[in-house]
Each structure stands twice: as structure tokens, then as C-alpha cells.
Design a protein around this ligand. Structure first.
Ligand code: GLU
Length: 289
């Protein structure tokens, strides 16, 4: 899949998209480092985007700490909430008009429908659905008949779901993971695009922003491979060319388990306070590979 270029922005554009719900951890830092390296290798622009839509979990102080840790590690970005840029605002909490616009387009095309089901799904839709937390496909019999006349996303405090094409294989060539295939309706079901609390889901917000910000390559953890397949369906529905994808292997313990975010000793700030320099931190994540 080739990098998109219909925004008038010509070169490689990558992004760092942290959710500021805690301190920067070794695992996430490595993915961000790869994103920075990819932008460097491609003489590109790197964007910092603050994914702060989950208001109860996100804190400005976490975001500031993450930016400080990333700068200390040696990552630099050319656009972001701290430095400005042509495609801001760079805080998701300030981008609701973009999300509403896309909700309308999807609604007009009949691609999404209001759904009163599953409180658990709503909680999960607040976050990027990393693989371990992935849900089983949404039961088809809970889909309403096609077509609804609603003009706003949540007049009845409903979630909105994307109607996935049953049994269609969604495939893409990933820059790191190789050829990826996911089957709609089997590997994932109708997913939430708008939450009943009035905010877009992770899947929809990230597509809206990556598109509006002219991102040509998305670098993220391989636990989001299924999410990328979902997002490809949104791109297709909107007739938008998708970015290229580069899914990084996760940093794992020797047992194969993903590093626990609860292990504070692996926070970048802790490693730094304990006297590590950036090279030593990078050596730490290599050790876990
Ligand atoms: N904010 C998401 C996270 O921290 C970003 C995932 C993505 O790269 O789309 O997991």
C-alpha cells in the first residue's frame, strides 16, 4: 500500500499519538522511537498528537511528562500542541468538529447505526483496543434494520457502530509485519465509532486525525493490527486513500508476556531518575526483544 498524498502535503508525515493516561513506559517508548526513526530515515515530518479524548483517564500532567521523556530520549517533532503547525489543533479534545463531520458522512452513507448494546464495549471503545482486550465479534442479530433518520450522534445516548462486511477479508501490506489479513465478522465485528457519552471512539478519531493531518505512515504496536483493519474499512467507506502501516513488535518479557504497564520501574522517568542515560534506556528495550 503506498503512502497517500492528496492533502497537498508532499513528504513523509508520521505521528506520535500518545494517550496521556500514565507515565511513558519502556514498551510504548520503543514504538515512539521507531516512529521517530522512520520519519528521520524518510526525511519526513513528525507530528505529536495528544490523544486525550478519554477525559476521566487523561491528564495534562501525564502528557507534559511524556513529551519531556520523549525529548530526553532524543525524539523531536516538528508539529504538535507545544510547537503549533498547519493542521492543528493537536489535542484531540479540541477536534470535535472534525469528528462530527465524519460521523455525518458515515451516517449519510448508511455505514453506521445507533446501538444500545453493551456497556462493556463502550468502556473499551474509550481506548485503543490492544489485542489482549479485544472483544468477540458483535452479534449480528443485534443490528437494527438499515437506515436511521438521526441527525446527531447521541440524542438518545446511544453508541453508534460501523456495519462490517460479513466475512470479507481485509488485507494490507505492512511495512514491518508483512502481509496481514483479518476477516470482518470473524476477527472483529461491528465496532463502535461514536460513544454514548458524546465522544468518538478511538477508531474513528484516529482515522479522522490521521487523514486531516496528512499522515502518510502510521507506526504503532502490533497489538493494533486488528484495529488497522477496522480503520481501513472507515477509509474505504469515506473514499479516502489510507496511510501506509508499520506495526512494531511489542517489547516482551522473557516469558513472552507483554511488559506490564504497572511495573513502574520500567517508566522512562524512573529509569532516568535512577541514573540511566538515553543509550542505556534503548539498550534496555533491546534486551527485552
Ligand atoms: N493513542 C493510542 C495509544 O496510545 C494510539 C494508537 C495508534 O497509534 O493509533 O495506544
Amino acid at each position: 500500500m503506498s503512502a497517500r498524498n492528496d492533502s497537498g502535503l508532499t513528504s513523509y508525515r508520521g505521528r506520535l499519538a500518545p494517550t496521556p493516561s500514565g507515565y511513558l513506559h519502556l514498551g510504548h517508548a520503543r514504538t515512539f522511537w521507531t516512529a521517530w526513526e522512520r520519519a528521520q530515515e524518510n526525511n519526513g515530518i513528525l507530528i505529536m498528537r495528544n490523544e486525550d479524548l478519554d477525559r476521566p483517564r487523561c491528564k495534562d500532567s501525564f502528557f507534559d511528562a511524556m513529551m519531556e521523556d520523549l525529548r530526553w530520549l532524543g525524539c523531536h517533532w516538528q508539529e504538535g500542541p507545544d510547537v503549533g503547525g498547519p493542521v492543528g489543533p493537536y489535542n484531540q479534545s479540541e477536534r470535535m468538529k472534525f469528528y462530527l463531520n465524519i460521523w455525518k458522512q458515515l451516517r449519510n452513507r448508511g455505514a453506521i447505526y445507533p446501538s444500545p448494546h453493551s456497556r462493556k464495549d463502550v468502556e473499551r471503545a474509550l481506548r485503543a483496543p490492544h489485542e489482549e482486550e479485544a472483544d468477540s465479534p458483535f452479534p449480528l442479530h443485534l443490528r437494527p434494520p438499515e437506515g436511521t433518520g438521526m441527525d446527531e450522534p447521541n440524542p438518545g445516548m446511544l453508541n453508534w457502530r460501523f456495519r462490517v462486511p460479513e466475512e470479507e477479508t481485509i488485507s494490507f501490506q505492512d511495512g514491518k509485519a508483512g502481509f496481514v489479513e483479518k476477516v470482518a465478522g470473524k476477527d472483529f465485528g461491528d465496532f463502535i465509532v461514536w460513544r454514548k457519552d458524546g465522544f468518538p471512539s478511538y477508531e474513528m478519531a484516529v482515522v479522522a486525525d490521521d487523514y486531516e493531518m496528512g499522515i502518510t505512515e502510521v507506526v504503532r504496536g502490533e497489538d493494533l493490527l486488528t484495529s488497522s483493519a477496522r480503520q481501513l474499512l472507515i477509509y474505504r467507506e469515506l473514499d479516502w486513500a489510507p496511510p501506509a502501516f508499520f506495526h512494531c513488535p511489542l517489547v516482551r518479557e522473557a516469558s513472552g508476556k507483554r511488559l506490564s504497564k504497572r511495573n513502574n520501574s520500567l517508566n522512562i522517568s524512573t529509569l532516568r531518575e535512577n541514573g540511566c542515560n538515553p543509550e542505556q534506556v534503548r539498550a534496555q528495550w533491546d534486551k527485552f526483544l
